[in-house]
Design a protein around this ligand. Structure first.
Ligand code: ADP
Ligand code: MG
Length: 724
């Protein structure tokens, strides 16, 4: 019998693997932010005046005087050179969830052959990476393909150490020569400004006098899988698509819940420590890590930070996670659903808004007045999620997330909002007008008595909700594990800006009519709840009853796939929302829609081609050699009563025939090339292609369960998930 060498070799390599690298480490006090050019570093190496200007820019987003940029550039260069750095790079975030960089040397040579180093304010401020190959959704014709990067001084520069040496990294935006955003950072910064403007309006109306710039804060929880590199390298599907396109379920999966929060395997601990030490050097505050539900699945969460910095840090985390995993002999899978039948990976985006003067506005305060502000901001979120549910669904749409959302796995593809019993009761009372009257007569209590002793983190946290209030923030739970968090943050900030503006308009009318603060707030929130209260749902988001009730009784939309979700980006109300708030122009939005749609179509194309190829060239031949050997063996053993009829051979032969038939269908489906619209093309991918891929997989997985273990070529689920 001929065994398949690749898989066998992988197993023995993993088992015989030498112990992995250990963490480099160092005490936290020494390594913390040691590679970051942050305010603390700048205070030491800038003049008082320059430091003050930089600090204002970092804290308020105010533009920086170019003369100061020269001073900062000089200090940054000296600081970096002292660390052995020779190159610098603007780091930027194109529309495709990736992180991009282009390195330039500090070095300039003289005619006499000497080398000096140069780094001016203008080099710091602007780069020309060109980058004409990044998808831009028709925003840049190739004859005018220049793209510019521009320094974002509100996110600190840092030194990144790789096997290739150390590089000074400068967080940047990426824009076209006509000034359109080609990246994920520009809209995030703009959405933050829009939210600040609207929030200031509301707070002023509420009588606040000293109001600092409002910013969103964000703490993303990242789930991921680790698979030994020997196994991953023997799985072309994992390498090409990030997920397994085949694989029969392991007899033991996650059903015992014995992995969740269990002891972290030693080898993984070493990886985590090494990874977190790197994060600490970069000033990324890694805070918690633990095992997740599926075997081989883990989670890491940093402490929350200003949203713009959190987004940059998140991108850096994903990059470092993959490279550090490699150093430790793992492949880190950030795909939303690497293994069928096991929990997929998400990214919970925790989000709140606040400033230094009013604090976190999504935290119920200690005084009735602070609570009015809290209720208004919560109300704004309720309205936003209700009005812009399809937008929120669109920004989490991706080829990987299609396998989680609405596919029998949390959270559902219907955007609803969970407030918790206490807060939901308060808002329902406001809606019904059941607010207690105070002694003074007329002024309403607004359920403040219930909110003041608000218990954080109520024990019955609803895990089935895609968007949940968790005591002092909202948690957007439906974000995919491989996605940039910028898209979701932009949508949340922008919908909040829009709702706060609506609230401000209404409050103005109430206050002009002579209403008190509490009365005015109650009246506005009552109207808001009547219009938008239907989005609040505290029950089981997985239940089929909810799916029915949400759509039929509440008019919420169930949006199962990316093909269904993305067109919301060009809905009239969404285009108007982004234009009104100044976050994205109609042209910029359209280009995003084009880029995301293309990505979706391309990704499913790669998956479908990989499915067909592996089935045909790897799995079918394995099944056939088993069949032919088995036929020989059985005829040889006929004398002792072994029967061909009851042996697996017939079943294997039938499945193999069906496999090839399904592959042929998939191949001809792949050759269909002309589509009238991009929407039609996406639907074709989400429907026809995905169904045919599933059909091929069903036969392949049935074969895996029948074919002799000796012959099976691809590492199996049980091996990838349990051997490490
Ligand atoms: P969980 O119980 O959901 O795992 P954690 O306490 O681990 O919650 O926090 C999850 C994330 O939420 C962390 O990144 C944390 O820093 C962040 N977080 C906490 N408070 C806030 C807040 N006010 N705004 C934004 N993020 C926050
Ligand atoms: Mg959480």
């Amino acid at each position: 019998m001929s065994a398949n060498p690749v898989r066998r070799q992988a197993i023995s390599d993993v088992i015989g693997r030498a112990t992995t690298a250990t963490a480099t480490g160092g005490p936290l006090s020494e390594i913390w932010a040691s590679d970051v050019f942050n305010l603390a570093t700048m205070e030491e190496c800038l003049s008082k005046h320059a430091f003050k200007e930089m600090k204002t820019t970092v804290q308020t987003g105010a533009p920086l005087d170019p003369a100061i940029a020269d001073v900062v550039a000089a200090a940054m260069k000296d600081w970096a050179l002292a660390k052995g750095v020779k190159f610098f790079s603007h780091i930027f975030f194109p529309m495709t969830n990736v992180t991009a960089e282009k390195h330039d040397g500090f070095i300039v040579t003289n005619p006499d052959g000497r080398a000096i180093t140069e780094f001016t304010g203008s080099l710091l401020i602007k780069g020309e990476p060109d980058g004409s190959s990044f998808p831009n959704g028709s925003l840049r014709m190739t004859d005018a393909a220049r793209g510019y990067t521009a320094w974002d001084p509100t996110s600190p520069a840092y030194v990144l150490r790789t096997a290739n040496g150390a590089t000074l990294m400068i967080p940047s935006v990426f824009l076209s020569w006509t000034g359109e955003s080609l990246d994920k950072k520009i809209p995030l910064l703009r959405s933050s400004d829009a939210m600040d403007r609207a929030a200031q309006r509301v707070l002023k109306l509420m009588g606040e006098t000293e109001i600092e710039t409002l910013r969103a804060s964000c703490g993303p929880e990242q789930e991921y899988f680790l698979v030994d590199a020997h196994f991953a390298n023997a799985r072309p599907d994992l390498l090409l698509t990030g997920r397994t396109l085949f694989g029969a379920p392991s007899p033991k999966g996650q059903e015992f819940d014995d992995h969740y929060f269990g002891a972290i395997p030693e080898r993984v601990q070493v990886f985590m420590q090494d990874f977190e030490d790197k994060l600490f050097r970069l000033g990324i505050p890694a805070k918690t890590h633990h095992n997740e539900v599926a075997p081989g699945q883990f989670e890491i969460a940093p402490q929350f930070e200003a949203a713009n910095v959190a987004a940059d840090h998140q991108q850096m985390m994903m990059t470092l996670m993959k490279s550090t995993a490699k150093d430790h002999g793992f492949v880190c899978l950030l795909h939303e659903k690497p293994f069928a039948g096991l929990n997929g990976s998400g990214k919970h985006v925790n989000w709140s808004v606040g400033n230094a003067t009013q604090g976190n506005l999504l935290d119920p305060g200690r005084t009735p007045h602070a609570n009015l502000n809290f209720l208004l901001f919560c109300g704004a979120v309720i309205r936003g999620v209700h009005l812009y549910g399809p937008l929120l669904r669109a920004v989490i749409a991706s080829v990987g997330n299609d396998h989680r959302l609405g596919a029998n796995e949390a959270p559902p593809a219907i955007l609803s909002l969970y407030l918790g019993d206490q807060l939901e009761a308060v808002f329902n009372d406001i809606k019904e007008g059941n607010t207690a009257e105070s002694n003074g007569g007329g002024v309403m209590d607004l359920g403040l008595a219930q909110i003041l002793p608000f218990t954080r983190d109520p024990g019955d946290r609803n895990r089935t909700s895609p968007f949940a209030f968790t005591g002092n923030r909202f948690e957007f739970r439906a974000v995919g594990s491989s996605q940039s968090i910028s898209g979701p943050l932009v949508a949340m900030n922008t919908m909040l800006a829009d709702s706060l503006d609506w609230i401000a308009d209404k409050l103005e009318v109430e206050f002009e009519a002579g209403k008190s603060e509490a009365e005015g707030v109650a009246a506005v929130l009552k109207e808001l709840m009547e219009l938008h209260g239907d989005v609040i749902f505290g029950g089981d988001g997985y239940s089929s009853d909810w799916h029915e009730a949400a759509v039929e009784e509440r008019g919420l939309r169930d949006i199962p796939t990316t093909a269904d979700a993305l067109p919301a980006l060009i809905d009239d109300d969404v285009v108007a929302l982004f234009e009104r708030t100044g976050v994205l122009s109609p042209v910029e939005l359209e280009s995003r829609y084009e880029v995301y749609s293309e990505q979706y179509i391309l990704s499913i194309g790669v998956e479908a081609k990989t499915t067909a190829e592996l089935a045909k060239t790897v799995l079918y031949p394995a099944a056939m050699s088993y069949v032919s050997d088995l036929v020989g063996t059985i005829s040889g053993a006929a004398s002792v009563g072994v029967e061909l009829e009851t042996s697996p051979v017939k079943m294997v032969a039938e499945e193999a025939n069906s496999l090839i038939a399904a592959v042929r269908e998939l191949e001809s489906a792949l050759s269909v090339g002309e589509f009238a619209t991009i929407e039609e093309h996406m639907q074709y991918c989400a429907g026809t292609l995905r169904e045919l891929m599933d059909r091929v997989r069903t036969h392949a997985d049935a074969l895996e369960a029948e074919v002799s273990d000796e012959y099976w070529p691809l590492p199996k689920y049980r091996e990838m998930l349990l051997i490490r």
